[in-house]
Ligand binder design. Structure first.
Ligand code: NAG
Length: 140
């Protein structure tokens, strides 16, 4: 009963799978005559492909790095636009937040706004003779 229960859900899943498989090349683009097929991952060009099936223009962007990447843009979405990696933005953001926190903390410490260097309460206690040192241990 459960397997035949939700035909709408199964149709939705099937439609999703089909739509994922729908972007198939009608005809593979011509490879340049001097093209050498990579045999290792090191040789592989990892640049982003910007494809437009309507205009049949396909361009491969330069490879990105930890700091930057390329996204597709332009009128027919086949040009490469440089962008900053999200990972880098996130790391840079948190690094800045921590650095700013340290700066503010340092200033607060410097101007004795937190953890003041002179503990006035303790100094007063000492002045009034409230301090009682531990007598030295008598040995033997
Ligand atoms: C492909 O190019 C056409 C014509 O410039 C444009 O109208 C269309 O939106 C592009 N398709 C994609 C997926 O960007």
């Amino acid at each position: 009963m459960a397997t035949h229960g939700r035909p709408q859900l199964r149709a939705l899943v099937a439609a999703s799978v089909v739509s994922l498989c729908a972007a198939v090349w009608d005809q593979l683009p011509e490879l340049p005559p001097d093209y050498v097929k990579p045999t290792t991952f090191k040789e592989k060009h990892w640049g982003q492909w910007c494809r437009n099936f309507t205009t049949a223009r396909h361009t491969q962007c330069p490879q990105g790095s930890f700091f930057h990447w390329y996204t597709c843009c332009g009128a027919d979405n086949t040009e490469c636009c440089i962008g900053i990696q999200t990972t880098f933005i996130v790391i840079f953001f948190w690094f800045s937040v921590i650095a700013l926190f340290c700066c503010i903390w340092g200033l607060l410490l410097h101007y004795d706004l937190i953890y003041p260097r002179k503990d006035t309460r303790k100094a007063k206690q000492l002045e009034q003779g409230e301090y009682s040192p531990v007598p030295p241990r008598v040995c033997c």
